[in-house]
Write a protein that binds this ligand. Structure first.
Ligand SMILES: NC(=O)c1ccc[n+]([C@@H]2O[C@H](COP(=O)([O-])OP(=O)(O)OC[C@H]3O[C@@H](n4cnc5c(N)ncnc54)[C@H](O)[C@@H]3O)[C@@H](O)[C@H]2O)c1
Ligand SMILES: [Zn+2]
Length: 357
């Protein structure tokens, strides 16, 4: 049966794997399967195996990296391999990778034989503070992100910040956008800390990961099935997801999730002034900080209508209405604010004029 309560999350270089080893020694899994991609196979698997003796003998299932592989066909291949290798309901799946691996591997485990146990060992900053912890699993369908999936929590999440050493800087920055989101929706002091942090050269990842995980977990625990409160985690994501889908459609697959969300947060901060009473000076401080750190998302002036159409079809919206989670202040989120198409187009144009052109 799939786990329905939030998992224990252990963060710490080596201490995470001591805890994982202990977990494995106190559970008798019939077989263990480790899902990796070619990058985590090379950079992360040796350390995991070295630090976690009880993983000896585990089967490795290697997938091709990349969002384009987060699709049902790949799940089918993994379900087949699990079946062929004799996985049963007492088996364990370990997802070692970024959000693509934890989303897909979690979905595969949560649906195989109606659900077998899985553990996430996230290896990107984005997966550590977001994808691996919240209990959402799934895959994309025809360019629609996360269109098919289930809510299912991993049994445990083990986070070793050491893995960030080999992560490309662009990927690191993408995860940093989610940390900024956590700060903006929940904690002004954390936002101040992030404003002073150089993500390319940070020494306190463990602290950043811990604070972000704490914020995300407090919100998801209060609303595990995304009925209400959890929507505040969507700050920056209504517009951010539209950018992501738009770029996928244009086959300009060069936009990372965090890059799209950073641009989305800038636009939604501008909307917050009109729709949530956010102070203009605070809004300017937020947009300046975000624009300084994250690459601009460069889209055509004619893209506005299509972007709005994509937002209307977002699974989080209903009746053709577009809702955003905005900010009344730093740490003061307001969920479910209905926004007009005209204002969405206007802020996206403002973003283009101020930050792109
Ligand atoms: N389930 C959720 O709640 C949730 C939340 C946010 C994002 N997501 C999903 O997460 C996905 C994005 O995740 P991501 O940004 O981690 O991308 P990713 O999984 O594609 O990883 C990014 C790249 O880094 C490589 N990599 C991973 N760890 C590495 C390491 N330690 N060293 C070197 N290379 C490494 C990967 O092979 C890949 O090429 C998207 O599909 C998104 O929809 C899910
Ligand atoms: Zn996100």
């Amino acid at each position: 049966m799939n786990q329905t309560s939030s998992p224990e999350i252990v963060i710490g270089a080596t201490s995470a794997f001591e805890a994982f080893d202990e977990f494995l020694s106190t559970h008798s899994f019939s077989r263990i399967f480790i899902v990796v991609d070619e990058n985590t196979l090379r950079h992360c698997l040796p350390r995991l195996m070295h630090e976690t003796a009880n993983l000896e003998g585990a089967e490795i299932i290697e997938l091709e990296s990349g969002e384009e592989n987060k699709v049902i066909d790949v799940c089918t291949q993994v379900w087949r391999v699990l079946g062929e290798l004799g996985a049963d309901r007492q088996s364990l799946v370990v997802n070692l990778g970024g959000g693509v691996i934890t989303d897909l591997g979690g979905f595969v485990a949560a649906t195989f034989k109606r659900g077998i146990a899985f553990v996430n060992v996230p290896t990107t900053l984005l997966a550590m503070i977001d994808a691996a912890c919240g209990g959402k699993t799934g895959v994309d369908l025809d360019h629609l992100k996360n269109e098919v999936g289930v809510f299912a929590y991993p049994r445990r999440v083990y986070i070793d910040p050491y893995f960030l050493h080999t992560l490309p800087k662009r990927e690191l920055l993408s995860g940093f956008a989610e940390a900024c989101k956590h700060a903006l929706i929940a904690d002004a002091a954390y936002w101040e800390l992030l404003c002073l942090t150089d993500p390319g050269n940070a020494e306190h990842w463990e602290h950043i990961i811990a604070r972000s995980v704490e914020i995300k977990q407090a919100i998801t625990d209060a609303d595990p099935f995304e009925k209400d409160l959890r929507r505040i985690l969507n700050f920056g994501h209504t517009i951010g997801h539209a950018f992501e889908t738009y770029f996928l459609e244009q086959s300009q697959n060069t936009l990372l999730h965090g890059e799209a969300v950073a641009a989305g947060m800038i636009c939604e901060t501008l909307l917050s002034v009109k729709y949530a009473g956010l102070d203009e000076e605070v809004a300017a401080q937020i947009t300046t900080q975000l624009a300084r750190r994250f690459p601009v998302v460069n889209f055509d002036a004619s893209a506005g209508e299509r972007l709005v159409e994509i937002m209307r079809h977002d699974k989080k919206n209903a009746d053709g209405k577009i809702k955003c989670s905005l900010l009344a202040g730093i740490g003061k989120p307001v969920a479910g604010v209905e926004v007009s198409a005209g204002d969405l187009i206007q802020v996206m144009n403002q973003y283009r004029l101020e930050f792109v052109i």
